[in-house]
Write a protein that binds this ligand. Structure first.
Ligand code: ATP
Ligand code: MG
Length: 384
């Protein structure tokens, strides 16, 4: 009898706590069939729109309406079976039919020593939070979609850039061939004719004029050859970057400043666009050194970068240097295209360039180009 009274006391304490709570609370009878509701507090009535008398004796699942395919039902079933607690989330429906997200903390209560007598469910309407989460997820997926689109565009641009560089280089190649095979051959033939005509020129002024003509012609043949070579380095397609650049340096710098060329950490052949671009950058840098630097020493380094994923190029001289801070403005003003063209070329290939120089302090050009972009790989693998 005393035990019964004590239990009743506990009951009424539990109910008065629940009644006073600001949170929505439902208490079910763990010993009854289908866990019938024995109590709901005013906050529950406010949240769901159902009055106490309408819900007593029902199972809480009635709040789900027809919407029964909810993963957390399994959590509740297990907690009730084991007499343990759980935390779960449900789509529930108010009396008005309006959907709300119900976050439920369920825990067992033992009012007798032997068994769980009740389950208490503390519920929170988390519809706003769920809607915000859904919006966030939507925004995140929208962002991911935009990033994908941007990446596609970037790759498209990279393709276009490569096509642009290749088209330009092909034109140069055709022009170089024309110069060499047509103009060069004809000038050589002319030279031969001139040579054969020599005996017919009398000594004195005719011969002096003849010698001048032969000299001019010789210079012209040399000029056409140089133009052809600088339009398209003849060795690049056959021998690759290292020997071709060595040849370029020898042609421009032998008899001038001391020069050193280091080439390390790179495969023998690279994607053609990379090879020609690196060649062009060295070509412009070296031309600048010859034209502007008055250097004693020149160092050209080409290597595979720190982890072999890029090509790093350094050209430095100890010449007179220039004000690197204003070269871009200078380039725009004077229409000089050398350094600016170099920068554009590198940007097209998604690389970076730094021009480091100051009057009297020499010049250092550092450029990096990514080696393993998908386009480069494709270009190298597809047999050039
Ligand atoms: N290695 C260098 N040493 C000293 N000055 C340099 C060097 N490289 C470039 N410069 C200076 O920077 C200027 C810009 O160089 P850039 O290559 O853009 O133009 P340019 O060589 O004058 O003309 P272009 O290359 O169009 O024929 C040069 O005019 C020169 O004054
Ligand atoms: Mg230049």
């Amino acid at each position: 009898m005393n035990a019964h009274r004590a239990r009743n006391d506990q009951f009424s304490t539990l109910f008065s706590f629940a009644r006073a709570s600001n949170s929505s609370i439902v208490i079910t009878d763990a010993t009854a069939d289908d866990a019938a509701i024995v109590f709901v507090n005013p906050s529950f009535e406010k949240m769901t729109g159902y009055g106490m008398e309408e819900v007593i004796g029902k199972n809480c699942r009635f709040l789900q309406g027809e919407d029964r395919d909810q993963p957390d039902r399994e959590l509740i079933r297990r907690a009730m079976h084991e007499g343990s607690s759980c935390e779960c989330l449900f789509r529930n429906y108010r009396k008005s039919g309006e959907l709300f997200w119900n976050k439920l903390y369920l825990f067992p209560v033992r009012l007798s020593a032997e068994q769980v007598t009740h389950f208490v469910g503390v519920q929170h309407d988390v519809t706003r939070e769920q809607n915000l989460l859904a919006e966030l997820a939507q925004t995140a997926s929208e962002r991911a979609r935009l990033i994908d689109q941007l990446e596609l565009k970037r790759r498209h641009m990279a393709h276009l850039s490569r096509d642009l560089i290749n088209a330009q280089e092909n034109e140069r190649k055709a022009l170089a061939r024309e110069l060499h095979d047509e103009l060069g051959q004809r000038l050589t033939a002319l030279n031969l004719l001139l040579h054969r005509a020599r005996p017919y020129f009398e000594a004195g002024e005719p011969q002096v004029l003849w010698e001048q003509a032969e000299h001019e012609l010789g210079a012209l043949v040399g000029l056409v050859r140089d133009m052809s070579v600088s339009l398209r380095p003849p060795g690049l397609d056959f021998f690759g970057l290292e020997p071709t650049i060595r040849q370029l340096l020898a042609r421009h710098l032998d008899g001038g400043p001391d020069w050193v060329f280091e080439y390390a950490g790179l495969p023998v052949r690279l994607a053609p666009t990379i090879e020609i671009s690196v060649y062009r950058i060295v070509q412009e840098s070296v031309t600048n050194i010859v034209r502007h630097a008055q250097a004693q020493h020149v160092v050209v380094e080409i290597n595979g970068g720190a982890d072999g994923s890029e090509i790093e190029l350094i050209v430095r001289d100890d010449g007179r240097g220039f004000d690197a801070a204003s070269w871009r403005e200078h380039a725009a003003r004077t229409g000089r295209a050398g350094l600016a063209g170099m920068r554009e070329r590198i940007q097209l290939l998604e690389g970076q360039i730094e021009v480091d120089s100051a009057p009297g302090r020499g010049t250092r050009i550092t450029a990096t180009l990514p080696l393993h972009s998908t386009e480069n790989k494709h270009e190298r693998d597809s047999g050039r």
